[in-house]
Ligand binder design. Structure first.
Ligand SMILES: CC(C)(COP(=O)(O)OP(=O)(O)OC[C@H]1O[C@@H](n2cnc3c(N)ncnc32)[C@H](O)[C@@H]1OP(=O)(O)O)[C@@H](O)C(=O)NCCC(=O)NCCS
Length: 179
């Protein structure tokens, strides 16, 4: 899979596929209205999608993963990051996070933060690998099931470890040499 996906900004065409993938990855899921607000209504929100490089023109073209993040002045908040189960463990999640951090860095963002379920070891490792540190616990933050949130922060925002995806017109590409 490495080198076979692009990361591009999501358009409204991706709405049904985002809702479907979100439902498969999160409990509770975001509704279609919530995703629509992130794509079209919230001025702070940005949505990146990872798609197969060899995809059909237009439409939601084979969505592999997504990353919704907010940029509020100097702060970047990672809101929702997911990769299709069959495509995990191949660097897509790290690439989606890295592109957002690099995008923010280029626009003067100075710190990044997020919350993650305390049982979500894969995500915590991913974020630690990028340079995030745990800064505290928010008790009972999540529902369905109820669970604590681990608060993580990167302050100051530093260039992520690893090979960042290459910026190309209209998006970003992974090169074949891997991570
Ligand atoms: C978390 C998630 C986005 C990771 O995506 P991914 O594409 O599989 O991650 P990557 O292949 O880019 O892996 C990057 C790093 O994450 C960590 N990681 C990923 N999967 C892991 C696993 N199953 N166990 C432990 N660490 C894991 C590793 O540190 C990995 O680096 P390495 O390969 O050098 O060891 C994915 O598991 C997912 O969609 N989970 C469901 C939704 C979710 O929990 N989102 C996060 C909410 S905060």
């Amino acid at each position: 899979m490495i080198g076979e996906f692009d990361i591009i900004p999501a358009t409204a065409d991706f709405l049904p596929a985002l809702v479907e993938l979100d439902r498969a990855c999160f409990s509770p899921p975001w509704t279609s209205k919530m995703w629509e607000a992130e794509l079209l209504g919230n001025p702070f929100s940005h949505v990146l999608v990872a798609v197969r490089r060899e995809r059909a023109e237009g439409g939601d073209g084979n969505l592999i993963g997504f990353h919704c993040f907010w940029v509020v002045f100097e702060e970047l908040r990672l809101m929702r990051l997911a990769v299709r189960e069959s495509k995990r463990g191949q660097g897509v999640g790290r690439a989606l996070a890295t592109v957002a951090l690099e995008w923010g860095r280029q626009r003067g963002v100075s710190r990044a933060m997020l919350e993650v379920r305390s049982s979500n070891e894969a995500a915590q490792r991913l974020y630690q690998g990028l340079g995030f540190f745990s800064t505290g616990i928010r008790r009972g933050y999540y529902s369905n099931p109820t669970e604590d949130a681990v608060l993580m922060e990167m302050n100051p925002l530093a260039l992520p470890v690893g090979i960042p995806p290459r910026q190309v017109e209209g998006g970003w590409q992974r090169d074949n040499e891997g991570r």
